[in-house]
Design a protein around this ligand. Structure first.
Ligand code: NAD
Length: 549
């Protein structure tokens, strides 16, 4: 027997961020887990229909800050594995859709509690090792943000279901929030563990089943997230994790008639390629797939003459260089009045040159390594490009060292060219380009900032003058989906600043909000009439004035 009740998901609060200060017991236990995982060479199979699966070959996963260190061996899947993953998702669909919302939400709430407790060190340590995050960056992402996604989504999904149509007394109108008809393809990037935690679980919460392809660089932590979700009671086959060649996997999945949606975060180029492929396959699908993608950014900091210089300098350092500038929201271009730039530059350069960087298991470091050799070489090329351009100079950093890990010093470039390539294109590394603008040319520079890059993800205005804030907010209305006033453009928190941008930055479906969950349901309206009419004639058809027109 099932008991009925209007269950309400508990109101979430954000997971408190642990500090890991010296002497703290959490610091000790995390360090010990980090040491275990460093030497463990963890095996990372695929997870298909609840079974571990090894493909035809295996790959080595290296630590970015110690590239000789193999931290995991992962499965490289082939066509049969991908086909099986799709079939496993389709086979689990009926069972999962028939599982009540409160039971599905309970899985996520339990997963959040496991991550907040016994799994926290494992997931943080795997993120530090695999993605070269400092302890603080791992904690705010892998632990806190993932927990927040799971708790808030469970709550928001409940609110969504309570949105019901009106009734007029003759019938009972109900809205049933069906999962999409087919399976969801979730594809996550290297830079946030929380995104790997959110992309497959948001559709899963709403009753969908999923084929999940994490970025290869995150396979160690993605493996632990899968194990954690299974431990929290997620049934086998609901999320199926595959690994291998991204474009081969994607080609197979995107040509399947039962593809019902894509939940993607990564580069603009890859998402546009997927969109094109879906377009080409559009006549094959049973239903139009939902395309949800959060992509690149060229995030700005705009300073007005009235800005607080200390706040601006701090925001530039944290916004541009935390996690080596590899946040989609990282400040990568700044517009500063010339005289203010002259005043803050010496201090900024000194502070940037002094940033401690190295192996993230040494907790005194502020920065680790960039993700891999390809990123390293792209960033070094960009720095060389700036060095050789007549319109730019490197004023801080500009050096790299790839002997032990992929280390690039935090770099500040100053340019006199308002259309300089590094002000337009996303680099995704620790490189900040500053365009000092002529004093008094604030309004013209707002227009410039708006038109310089194709993206529209995050941006910040620093000013104390209210009119300047208002003008920036108006002129830059479409330049950022997350707009900050006197704060750095990074660090959005689930539930507080729902995240996403438009233009070339994505479909702006705001991860971790009700707006995102809406995309994973296909509502059915049910009208149940109390007393159906039994005669097709309407009263107006009666005519008692015989012969009258
Ligand atoms: P990426 O596009 O290289 O990879 C993302 C995912 O797509 C990975 O799983 C990858 O294996 C897969 N992939 C790669 N080629 C593919 C193909 N041809 N077909 C299908 N899948 C393919 O991105 P990345 O380097 O992992 O992450 C960095 C990018 O992500 C940056 O552009 C950054 O701005 C963006 N990002 C955006 C947000 C946001 O919320 N807007 C958040 C994080 C990262």
């Amino acid at each position: 027997m099932t008991a009925d009740g209007h269950f309400q998901v508990p109101q979430p609060t954000n997971e408190p961020v642990r500090t890991y200060v010296p002497g703290d017991s959490h610091r000790k236990s995390l360090k010990s887990r980090l040491a275990d995982l460093t030497d463990a060479r963890t095996e990372v199979p695929m997870q298909i229909g609840g079974e571990h699966r090894w493909g035809a070959s295996r790959g080595d996963l290296r630590s970015p800050h110690r590239h000789e260190l193999t931290i995991a061996e992962y499965a490289v899947g082939g066509a049969k594995d991908i086909e099986d993953a799709i079939n496993a998702a389709l086979a689990a669909r009926k069972m999962w859709a028939a599982t009540s919302y409160h039971e599905r939400a309970a899985v996520l709430l339990r997963a959040a509690a496991l991550l907040a407790g016994p799994w926290r060190d494992t997931v943080n340590a795997a993120t530090m090792l695999g993605q070269s995050k400092t302890v603080h960056q791992a904690e705010i992402d892998a632990a806190c943000e993932t927990i927040d996604f799971w708790r808030y989504n469970a709550y928001f999904g409940d609110q969504l279901l309570s949105q019901q149509p009106y009734n007029d007394g003759t019938a009972w109108n109900r809205l049933e929030y069906r999962p999409l008809e087919g399976f969801i393809f979730a594809v996550s990037p290297f830079n946030f563990t929380s995104i790997a935690g959110n992309l497959p679980t948001a559709p899963m919460l709403m009753g969908n089943t999923v084929v999940f392809k994490p970025a290869t660089q995150t396979l160690l932590v993605s493996h632990f997230l899968m194990e954690l979700l299974l431990a929290a009671g997620m049934p086998p086959g609901v999320i199926n994790m595959v690994s291998g060649n991204a474009s081969e996997i994607s080609d197979m999945v995107l040509s399947h008639r039962d593809l019902a949606g894509i939940h993607f975060t990564g580069s603009t180029e890859v998402f546009q390629g997927m969109w094109r492929e879906v377009g080409q396959n559009v006549n094959r699908y049973r239903t139009y797939p939902r395309l949800i993608g959060e992509t690149g950014g060229k995030d700005f900091v705009m300073a007005h003459a009235s800005a607080d210089a200390d706040a601006l300098r701090t925001a530039l350092i944290r916004g541009a260089f935390e996690y080596q500038g590899q946040k989609c929201s990282a400040a990568s271009r700044a517009y500063i009045p010339q005289s203010m730039w002259n005043a803050i530059k010496p201090d900024l350069v000194d502070l940037v040159e002094g940033i401690p960087q190295g192996d993230v298991s040494d907790f005194s470091n502020f920065m680790g390594a960039v993700i891999d050799g390809r990123a390293y070489s792209n960033h070094m090329k960009a720095i060389e490009y700036a060095r050789s351009a007549g319109t730019a100079k490197v004023v801080a950093g500009g050096k790299g060292d790839d002997k032990v890990g992929w280390f690039i010093r935090p770099t500040v470039i100053e340019t006199t060219d308002p259309d300089f390539k590094l002000l337009r294109e996303e680099l995704f590394g620790p490189i900040l380009t500053v365009y000092p603008y002529a004093d008094g040319k604030f309004d013209e520079t707002l227009e410039l900032c708006d038109r310089t890059s194709p993206y529209g993800l995050t941006g910040a205005i620093f000013a104390t003058d209210r009119q300047a804030i208002r003008r920036a907010s108006e002129t830059l209305v479409n330049a950022a989906g997350n707009f900050y006033i006197n704060d750095k453009p990074t660090g959005a928190v689930v539930g507080l600043q729902p995240f996403g941008g438009a233009r070339a930055s994505g479909t702006n479906d705001k991860a971790g909000s009700i707006l995102n969950l809406i995309r994973w349901v296909s509502p059915r309206v049910i009208k149940e009439t109390y007393a159906p009419p039994t005669n097709h004639r309407y009263p107006y058809m009666e005519n008692d004035e015989k012969g009258a027109l």
